[in-house]
Design a protein. Structure first.
Length: 257
């Protein structure tokens, strides 16, 4: 802690994110004479408990981008963010920028929720792309271009894509090519009815004809089918999670999870 003349009035010390430690910090700051401002570095969500506790007690808090602290004064790479020199550097920054410091205002609950949902949504989209590419790569060896058989958009109710559900039922071209057209028609019609998908005689004929012309690198064994279906199940799970997240992201607090 520095006073307005740059004199150290308290050596750097640790503060745990506990009620007792935060209360002690509040009392210490309030015991100081003159105007007091607290400057903290923006480090994910780790600063929030202390920043909120101080703000709620009427103490001026400013949360600063660490890059601004890094660029302040001497140029050096700080390997440890909690050492004493870093604390003194932040205190010096606070004195020099005293009049320009922007006061921290805690985000409301909806904003916090949206930020968390957005991070999760972005993360699950990355996982989705990876899982989808993995399934398509696996299918190239036993059901080439299965992902192009349907153009239906994701289903709003659960986020499923028709081609993914389709390969759960028909994971190999031989699961179709070895059937007669009429036998495949019965199976496909039953699958559409069970999974609430639209049925088309033309689509049945097109898929059956396509599978008759394709060559599979991998045989239709129990192991191959298990690999395909497990990859499809994982992809569906991510699609369902994204569907739920989209609902919560659109209407935070009103979507039943």
């Amino acid at each position: 802690m520095y006073n307005g003349f740059g004199v150290v009035i308290a050596e750097p010390f640790d503060v745990s994110h506990t009620e007792s430690d935060l209360n002690k910090l509040v009392q210490l700051i309030k015991s100081l004479s003159g105007e007091t401002k607290v400057v903290m570095e923006y480090t994910g969500a780790y600063y929030e408990p202390i920043a909120n506790a101080l703000h709620n007690q009427g103490i001026f808090v400013s949360v600063v981008n660490p890059l601004l602290i890094d660029d302040y004064g001497t140029k050096r790479v700080r390997k440890v963010k909690t050492d004493k020199k870093d604390s003194l550097k932040i205190a010096s920054f606070a004195i020099d920028k005293w009049l320009d410091l922007r006061e921290y205002i805690p985000a409301n609950d909806i904003r916090k929720t949206l930020k968390i949902l957005n991070r999760q949504y972005v993360q699950y989209n990355k996982i989705l792309v990876m899982q989808k590419n993995n399934l398509i790569s696996l299918l190239d060896s036993c059901f080439p271009n299965a992902n192009t058989l349907f153009t239906s958009p994701r289903r709003e109710s659960d986020g499923h894509e028709k081609w993914v559900d389709f390969v759960l039922k028909f994971p190999h071209i031989h699961s179709i090519s070895k059937l007669s057209l009429s036998a495949f028609k019965v199976k496909y019609q039953s699958w559409c009815r069970k999974n609430n998908y639209n049925y088309s005689d033309k689509k049945v004929a097109d898929i059956h004809s396509y599978c008759k012309t394709q060559i599979s690198v991998l045989p239709m064994t129990v192991s191959v089918i298990k690999i395909i279906t497990e990859a499809a199940v994982m992809l569906n799970s991510t699609l369902e999670t994204l569907c739920t997240s989209s609902c919560a992201f659109t209407m935070p607090g009103s979507c039943r999870l």
